[in-house]
Ligand binder design. Structure first.
Ligand code: IPE
Ligand code: IPE
Ligand code: MG
Length: 254
């Protein structure tokens, strides 16, 4: 039996994760616990994003991707949704220049067509302004769903290759929203739930998963260090055996 050559290529592994993907969950419960409105948790959550972005830049992480609003979050009460949209606009207004000054490239991915014109224009302006930065790429997934992403990629691939069939994974990959980034090494979900909630379904195939009960507003640089330390204990086999890994250097094992 022969195997396709693509499955023989094992991704490179580094001690510090190159790409961290985060489901920021628990804002509402953080606030409720303090007898505050849920919105207070979202406001605090934006501050936590700033702290984690800074910590990632210090640690040498190259890509950090945040799930900010899912395709399913439209099901929330109207006032919470509109508040989240306003917070998004304010965060862009306040943070983009600072990010740019710190060498951060900002990307926003998801079905952006559902956002109002003003927000869509702000998003393109922010992406354009920071496009040349190379220190850290911060991606915000907004109105994003893993299934949406796979389907939009399939549709683009079919439109670009009319009449052909039998496509490969490698042919689909360039059309996915995060085609510019390596697949996440580490996935973090705060807030105690242990599920993917339609986040990066394709890209998380071999990502190390880390769940913590900490609510997102409390997730700080120290909490990130714990997650990275847990990642560094993992043996990333990518289908191989432990014995095969033992033949490699300890760093390659991670
Ligand atoms: C995550 O926190 C933020 C968004 C989904 C926008 P939640 O708002 O889901 O907080 P909990 O899970 O209700 O505590
Ligand atoms: C996932 O959180 C989405 C974001 C963090 C944006 P949710 O709070 O919406 O997830 P579920 O509904 O509990 O799975
Ligand atoms: Mg939640």
């Amino acid at each position: 039996m022969t195997s396709p050559s693509s499955t023989l290529v094992v991704p490179e592994v580094s001690l510090v994760p190159r790409h961290i993907a985060i489901i920021m969950d628990g804002n509402g419960r953080w606030a409720t616990k303090r007898f505050m409105p849920r919105v207070a948790g979202h406001v605090k959550g934006v501050e936590a994003v700033r702290g984690v972005v800074e910590a990632c830049a210090r640690q040498g992480v190259e890509y950090v991707t945040f799930f900010a609003f899912s395709s399913e979050n439209w099901r929330r009460p109207e006032d919470e949704v509109s508040l989240l949209m306003r917070l998004f606009v304010t965060a862009l207004e306040r943070e983009v220049s600072k990010m740019h000054a710190n060498g951060i490239r900002l990307k926003i991915v998801g079905d952006l067509s559902r956002f109002d014109d003003k927000l869509q224009k702000m998003i393109s302006a922010a992406e354009r302004k920071t496009a040349g930065n190379t220190r850290l790429t911060v991606t915000i997934c907004a109105n994003y769903g893993g299934r949406w992403d796979i389907m939009q990629a399939v549709n683009q691939m079919l439109a670009s290759n009319p009449g052909s069939g039998d496509f490969t994974e490698e042919q689909l990959a360039p059309y996915l929203s995060l085609a510019y980034a390596p697949e996440p090494d580490l996935f973090i979900r705060t807030g105690g739930e242990e599920r993917i909630s339609n986040f990066l379904l394709w890209q998380l195939a071999y990502t190390e998963l880390y769940f913590t009960d900490t609510y997102w507003p409390d997730f700080d640089a120290a909490a990130l260090e714990l997650a990275i330390a847990s990642y560094q204990q993992r043996e990333r086999r990518f289908g191989r055996t432990s014995a095969q890994l033992a033949e490699q250097s300890p760093v390659a094992k991670c």
